[in-house]
Design a protein around this ligand. Structure first.
Ligand SMILES: [Zn+2]
Length: 417
């Protein structure tokens, strides 16, 4: 199962104070600057950058030119980030910091991009630096809290968010995040920690050593196997995994009993069933591998992925369709049951009842299995990359398979009818 978790909105305060006339109007730097301002105002950031860079070359000491060039770099970075191109976005913000190093805004922006790309150490460094430049900046403190949270340092996260909420008690979205972290902290306070090359694992006391080590090897195997199956996708460490008893799992996540595990930026999974018995290795392997697929998929496609594709991949790569599954699919399609892939996209998990949800998973599983078997792994990787580049769902399917939702749906129906 997978949550589409939201990142904090970056309040990008691009104060476009583009002072037009700061030098004698006839001088070259002033001309370049004015041209830059015009291009910036027209939303042509690449051209604005070109002009401001010329102005900067001729008047490197002008604070106005420096700030304008910095703003233009930041705006270009922002446009790239909106397109999920964080690699180039980061390059532009770094350039912004170079020309205007005392300006906290690009430093916060850079921290937020590192956060989005799960580069937590770098995010924490930059956000702390931003707070030194501008003590008390609420966006920087909120993001720093988020970075600590993702790094599973819950008490440090709470300290940052406490500070923000004291000044702005109704900061949008923050109270929910704060309560979630607080709930998790109260369940996980006495958990043990274990660290491997790729994973940081927290687990409750009294977990038998043999179970612990089989969980560790399941995860290490998933990292290698899924990475290879997806053509070399290896997300950077640390990948956080939090293991619970069934009771702790529902207390921390507030999810109902039919949910086997979840990925919300951290893999969370119970080790026991509701009666308190330890789950079998096979069951653990299925659940943990499923969640790990979400980690790998997020690394390629970001958040731009249809629900059915994300869940279908997690199912396909963690287990095969059983005879029972096939029988249920046949029943469904022969009944003419209506549940289109496109509607699964809109119908997020929390809006479906458990039985429709099971069917939604099954249909997603069948669809991805068909795409994988018929067109191969490389097409699937191509599809994920297209989505990662920000392409729309239907266009990405068309570009990859030369067929959209309707045709794919017909193919799946054809198999089971
Ligand atoms: Zn899932």
């Amino acid at each position: 199962m997978h949550y589409r978790h939201s990142f904090p909105k970056i309040a990008l305060t691009l104060i476009a104070t583009l002072a037009a006339s700061f030098l004698a109007a006839q001088s070259h730097p002033a001309n370049y600057n004015n041209e830059g301002v015009a291009a910036y105002k027209a939303g042509n950031f690449a051209e604005a950058i070109r002009q401001f860079e010329q102005a900067y070359k001729e008047a490197p000491d002008s604070a106005v030119v420096r700030r304008n060039l910095c703003n233009a770099y930041q705006s270009e970075a922002n446009a790239l980030a909106l397109n999920n191109d964080f690699r180039n976005a980061i390059r532009y913000v770094e350039a912004a910091i170079d020309v205007d190093p005392r300006n906290p805004s690009p430093v916060i922006q850079l921290g937020s991009y590192y956060l989005r790309t799960d580069n937590l150490d770098a995010a924490i460094d930059r956000l702390e630096e931003a707070i030194v430049l501008k003590p008390g900046d609420l966006t920087a403190h909120e993001l720093l809290g988020q970075a600590y949270y993702q790094d599973n340092d819950l008490s440090s996260a709470r300290a940052q968010w406490d500070y923000v909420l004291e000044i702005e008690p109704n900061r949008p979205g923050l109270n929910e995040k704060y309560e979630k972290a607080f709930r998790e902290e109260s369940v996980e306070y006495d958990f043990n920690r274990w660290k491997s090359r790729h994973f940081r694992i927290s687990y409750p006391p009294k977990v038998p050593a043999s179970l612990r080590s089989s969980v560790f090897s399941i995860l290490d195997r998933a990292y290698v196997d899924i990475g290879r199956q997806l053509g070399g996708i290896y997300p950077p460490p640390p990948i956080h995994v939090i293991l619970y008893t069934a009771e702790q799992f529902s207390e921390a996540t507030q999810l109902e009993g039919h949910v086997g595990a979840v990925y919300d930026g951290k893999i969370r999974a119970p080790l026991t069933d509701s009666e308190g018995n330890w789950l079998s290795n096979q069951e653990l392997e299925r659940r943990l591998t499923h969640e790990y697929v979400h980690v790998a998929v997020r690394h390629v496609a970001g958040a731009n992925i249809p629900w059915w594709l994300n869940e279908g991949l997690a199912e396909t790569l963690s287990k095969s369709l059983s005879n029972n599954d096939v029988r249920r699919l046949r029943e469904h399609f022969n009944r003419g049951g209506e549940m289109s892939l496109a509607s699964l996209e809109a119908n997020q998990i929390n809006r479906l009842d458990p039985s429709s949800l099971r069917l939604a998973y099954l249909k997603s599983h069948a669809t991805v299995t068909l795409l994988w078997d018929r067109y191969g792994r490389n097409k699937m990787i191509g599809l994920l990359r297209a989505l990662g580049d920000g392409m729309g769902y239907e266009s990405a399917l068309q570009a990859t398979y030369r067929r959209g939702y309707a045709l794919i749906e017909r193919d799946v129906t054809g198999i089971y009818r």
